[in-house]
Ligand binder design. Structure first.
Ligand code: ZN
Length: 396
């Protein structure tokens, strides 16, 4: 009989209450990963709660703390396809007020170009994760977006406008300093013209503008617990999802008490007292510039998931899947006693693997012969210094 118990809430549900859950967030490219990173055994309620409270907090924090990694990220962009380059969430701003909207959020793009998003959204998603995904804003919740472009190079202007239009699909779009197609100043209301003027003045001045970033402080540990639960189920099935360990991760995932979570987290990482040194020694060799590295590593009786977002150890995620590995069987564990991994390049919609960890270590320490697929991948990487400059006048 088919199992109808949701992995996250452990409740029995009807078949039509389940939906596709990306254990590794969709917004970081999870849709391109294999079935280990997806499941249909999560109910819609858990799926949307986890999206709102766990994934979004994690992803927004990731993007806003890793701007330095942006150039690596662009290395794999296929510029001929005119892709979207996502804006990074920067939080709320208070220095500019729109008479019709209560909130203003700022988003940053390459080279300092930015977006101001005015809206009145006060739904659950707004309160918990500061705005939710702007692409999903509809109707009167879509608000108004103002673009301040800091590039005069047509190459970047085209990409910027394309990203602006696609990421804020439903919102009224106003450019502060570019001429948008089908938009003359006559089409703007007085309020809109005033905001436009005000933003223009702000960006002419050299003052530093403050923004505040409300974050869900426990998102990291919750995100770890979610990964452990989801990946554990993907590998070991019901035997895992009914285990004490799975219940422990559920406790973390659903716990609202910050103090309690602080107590629970070290327990989750307790294997570290044994395996930490060994693991840390080779973790630095599991980096792939501009790509996500996703690895499953057995350390004595523990199975660890190690994720390295966009390379260079900018944002490592480390979580324990099980401390009782000998209880479980999986063909991949048998096949790869030293662990295995995948390279995910969402910019190219590529997912490479599985690859055994000794071969990855060999590759990253100089012997590339075992992994021709990674040689091919590296050949797609474009050094950012070869890209056109943001500002034409600065070119010498
Ligand atoms: Zn559920």
């Amino acid at each position: 009989m088919q199992d109808h118990t949701c992995i996250y809430c452990n409740q029995e549900k009807n078949t039509d209450e389940f939906s596709l859950e990306h254990i590794f967030p969709d917004s970081l490219g999870g849709a391109f990963a294999n079935n280990i990173f997806k499941t249909r055994l999560v109910c819609q309620r858990c799926n949307s709660l986890s999206g709102l409270y766990v994934d979004s907090s994690f992803v927004k924090n990731f993007f806003s703390t890793t701007l330095p990694a942006f150039s690596d990220y662009l290395g794999y962009y296929d510029f001929e396809k005119k892709p979207i380059i996502p804006f990074s969430y920067m939080g709320f701003v208070e220095y500019i007020k729109h008479p019709n909207y209560k909130y203003c959020e700022k988003w940053l793009w390459c080279g300092g170009s930015m977006i101001y998003h005015f809206h009145n959204n006060s739904t659950e998603s707004f309160q918990t994760i500061a705005g939710g995904d702007p692409r999903k804003r509809k109707g009167k919740n879509a608000g108004e977006v103002y673009l301040v472009g800091l590039t005069d190079n047509p190459f970047w202007i085209e990409l910027l406008l394309n990203s602006f239009i696609k990421q804020f699909k439903k919102s009224k779009k106003i450019s502060v300093n570019y001429i948008l197609p089908n938009q003359s100043s006559e089409s703007l209301s007085n309020e809109q013209q005033n905001i436009k003027k005000e933003l223009f003045t702000i960006h002419q001045s050299k003052d530093i503008q403050k923004h505040t970033m409300p974050i869900n402080i426990d998102f990291n540990v919750r995100f770890q617990a979610k990964l452990s639960l989801g990946l554990g189920y993907s590998l070991f099935g019901k035997q895992f999802s009914t285990s004490n360990e799975a219940n422990f991760y559920r406790d973390i995932f659903w716990n609202k008490d910050h103090k309690k979570l602080i107590e629970l987290q070290p327990k989750m990482m307790s294997f570290f007292s044994k395996g930490k040194n060994d693991l840390e020694k080779f973790m630095k060799f599991l980096n792939f510039k501009g790509c996500h590295g996703l690895f499953f590593i057995p350390v004595s009786n523990t199975l660890v998931f190690y994720g390295n977002l966009y390379g260079e150890n900018q944002y490592p995620i480390l979580t324990v899947i099980t401390n009782e590995l000998d209880k479980y069987e999986h063909e991949l564990i048998k096949k790869y006693p030293y662990g295995w991994g995948y390279i995910l390049v969402p910019q190219r919609e590529l997912f490479i693997g599985e690859i055994e960890i000794p071969n990855i270590l060999a590759f990253n320490t100089g012997d590339k012969s075992f992994l021709p697929e990674l040689i091919e991948l590296e050949s797609l990487y474009q050094d950012q210094s070869e890209l056109p400059p943001f500002n034409l006048e600065k070119k010498d």
